[in-house]
Design a protein around this ligand. Structure first.
Ligand SMILES: [Zn+2]
Length: 159
């Protein structure tokens, strides 16, 4: 088998008056993620990691934020399309590991639901998807609650 790894990173601004979509679910919070799509930072990091692993560019190349087609789009649709592109190129997901950097709210209670929603979107076992979370000890834009970031690593393979 041919194994490849990929890494993805994404940042979004947090602001009042926006819905807070994260890991494919809507999280109750006073602020939400600002973006051209639904602003789901975790899914965007995973998409970038998948494209990177296959050396197929990045999320902006495939789903440009200048396109009206992607305005307000559910990022789960982008994730599914990303994996479809990898499957067309002969790759399958081995596993995904990820970390969400966020000061508030506490994300741990939502992680199991995120894993199951992401697994369903990708049609893979939830056991293959790890979602971790960390605050940044009130430091920087994450700690000051100005934004949210996410890191993702994936292993893909082709036969
Ligand atoms: Zn993004």
């Amino acid at each position: 088998m041919n194994f490849r790894i990929g890494y993805g990173y994404d940042v979004h601004q947090l602001a009042e008056g926006y819905e807070f979509w994260l890991g494919g679910i809507k999280v109750p919070h006073t602020k939400g993620s600002v973006g051209h799509s639904d602003g789901d930072v975790l899914i965007h990091a995973i998409c970038d990691a998948l494209f990177g692993a296959a050396n197929l560019g990045d999320i902006g190349k495939h789903f440009p934020d200048t396109s009206n087609e992607y305005k307000g789009i559910d990022s789960k649709i982008l994730l599914k399309r990303t994996y479809d592109i990898l499957l067309e190129n002969g790759y399958q997901i081995g596993n995904i590991d990820s970390t969400i950097c966020l000061q508030k709210p506490k994300i741990r209670p939502y992680i199991e639901k995120m894993q199951s929603v992401l697994a369903k979107t990708l049609n893979i076992d939830a056991q293959k998807i790890s979602v971790k979370t960390t605050s940044t000890e009130k430091l920087g834009f994450v700690g000051q609650e100005e934004g949210i970031s996410a890191h993702a690593m994936v292993l893909i393979h082709s036969d």
